[in-house]
Design a binder for this molecule. Structure first.
Ligand SMILES: O=C(O)c1ccccc1N[C@@H]1O[C@H](COP(=O)(O)O)[C@@H](O)[C@H]1O
Length: 228
């Protein structure tokens, strides 16, 4: 039976325990995120994240997640944790996101029925290596476990993107099959409580993504989240 070898990237976000970081690596996850956003129940300090990073397997990216943190806070994290990618979830502009000499992902607020154009996003953040569509906005925070209306995703985005917001083992197969994003990002959907990941849910999430990747119609050329 022919299989299309297209692999959706997976990021697990909001890890706070070394055991969860180790398991993410063993499951073949591409990246783990450490949250430095003030007010998040998953927030870790730079020193804690540095210790967590030591539990990370080789070839797995560490992503530092911010929401309107100061430049000094971002610099401290970059120095201590040495992330390979930054993720900005607030109102940061391109000049701010670009000043740390690391690739960055810009989160786009899709809450409250927001609609955005791909060209508009690329113009606002020309330095972004990818965009991440999440359900925050309209009074809701990131990491809330809420979904947004996927039909609002821009169709003209010529940049890889990550799908996020309310993803979980019971909906991720259909999400990947329908949207074919470059990658997916999950936090609440693999947790037993904020910051504490559940091994069974982590395993089930990865295996459901891979099940979707193995669909015969999952072709990279058709994927609108693919690199061009
Ligand atoms: O996870 C958080 O607490 C968080 C706080 C502030 C900004 C972003 C945050 N996480 C991001 O939220 C989504 C995942 O949300 P969900 O719980 O799976 O619905 C993801 O992009 C995280 O990076």
């Amino acid at each position: 039976m022919p299989r299309t070898l297209f692999r959706t990237r997976i990021k697990f976000c909001g890890l706070t325990r070394a055991g969860d970081v180790r398991l993410a690596g063993e499951l073949g996850v591409d990246a783990v995120g450490f949250v430095f956003a003030h007010g998040s129940p998953r927030r870790v300090h730079a020193r804690e994240a540095r210790a967590l990073r030591e539990a990370l397997a080789p070839l797995v990216d560490a992503v530092a997640v911010f929401r309107d943190n100061t430049a000094d806070e971002v610099r401290e994290v970059v120095r201590e944790v040495k992330p390979s990618l930054l993720q900005f979830h607030g109102d940061e502009d391109d000049a701010f996101c670009s000043r740390f000499d690391l690739p960055y992902v810009k989160a786009v607020a899709m809450g409250a029925g927001a609609r955005v154009g791909g060209a508009e996003l690329a113009a606002a953040h020309p330095g972004a290596s990818a965009f991440l569509f999440d359900s925050h906005g309209g009074g809701h925070d990131g990491g809330s476990g809420r979904r947004f209306d996927w039909s609002a995703l821009p169709t003209d985005l010529e940049r890889p993107f990550l799908l996020s917001g309310g993803l979980a083992p019971d909906n991720i197969h259909d999400a990947v099959a329908a949207i074919q994003p470059w990658g997916v990002d999950v936090s609440s959907g693999i947790e037993s409580s904020p910051g504490r990941k559940d091994g069974d849910l982590m395993r089930a999430f990865v295996s459901e993504v891979r099940r979707a990747d193995c669909r015969p119609d999952h072709a990279p050329a058709a994927a609108h989240g693919a690199l061009r």
